[in-house]
Write a protein that binds this ligand. Sequence first.
Ligand code: GLY
Length: 380
Amino acid sequence: MMRDDMTRVINVDLGDRSYKVKVGSGLVAGAGALVEGLGYRLVVMVTDTNVSALYAGALTESLRSSGVDVFTVEVPAGEQHKTLEVASGLIDEILGHKPPVDRRTLVVALGGGVVGDMAGFLAAIVLRGLNWLQCPTSLLADVDASTGGKTGVDHAAGKNLVGAFHQPLGVMIDVDVLRTLPVAELANGMAECVKHAVIRDAGLLDYIAANADNLMSVSGDQKLGFKEDVMVELIARNVSIKSSVVSEDELETGVRADLNYGHTIGHALEAASDFTGLGHGEAVSLGMVAENRIASCRGLLPSDRAGRVESVLDSLGLPVRRGGYDPEAVWNIMQHDKKMLDGKTRMVLPSDTGSVKIYDDIKEEEVLDAVEFLGKERRA
Ligand code: GLY
């Protein structure tokens, strides 16, 4: 059942490409009403093999009840399938549909980040661009990829190297679908929430700290046991931050790069682990700790603030120390990152929780020290 009293709406202000992000409970079942009257005849629903079994039926039923036909295509679950080859197969399916897709066709993404990136990419290129609606189903997609219109696929040369900025028509975030998310997946999203708090909103860090037990609770049936209003508030606050950054710098020529905080070292740690054995959220958590170490050594970030970020990450089950990385190898990986600019290593460093700046004078010895720091024991 849709709970209107709890629904929050955040505006993404991008001139004639502005759109609304709705966050609430029971929204999947109410999707048809959202699409009704917009003139669409056909929905191409893009989902994945895991999500399809859980939520595609309810969404299809709701959309059909508003008079649109629904045609579903599935991406095999997993980042390894976010490729041009898979996109090409899906395009064949979409263009083969009878009656043919046309400008009255709406693409709907139902899934996590991989589905959102792929569906948005298909919407950007099929018929030179179709409108699309995002229904994210993971906390990570809710608080990050759902907003901002980055779409695309991976390439052998690197992640997300082929794609387009293509803003959706709207985003519908239903917290009910998070109940079946594995706890580790929830923690992935939480790492991005902490990131948002550090770059823009110290009060959000306090909110996460005060509600960590509730947010991470698991009920007897192994479903996530969070309180709906707490999850809605968490997601809405994060979407607001993402939305204001994107509104200021849609195409990432300036402040949108602040969202890379924790990711410069985090991504290198992921690559050093061959993208196995270290979840994205774990990598971002360790990346934030390591980048905070650089900020503290530069005298930017007081050590009590760095300690506070670590305590919050720890309370969410995210790692704050991990040994075994070769600092030189991590530094070498960073030299091939697309976040480099003119051969310089750039990094977003905090001077407090809620305030960051981009630095492009990061030195090798600072990174080596930060990676070694991750292997040291934490003092409580
Ligand atoms: N995930 C970072 C961004 O959307 O810019």
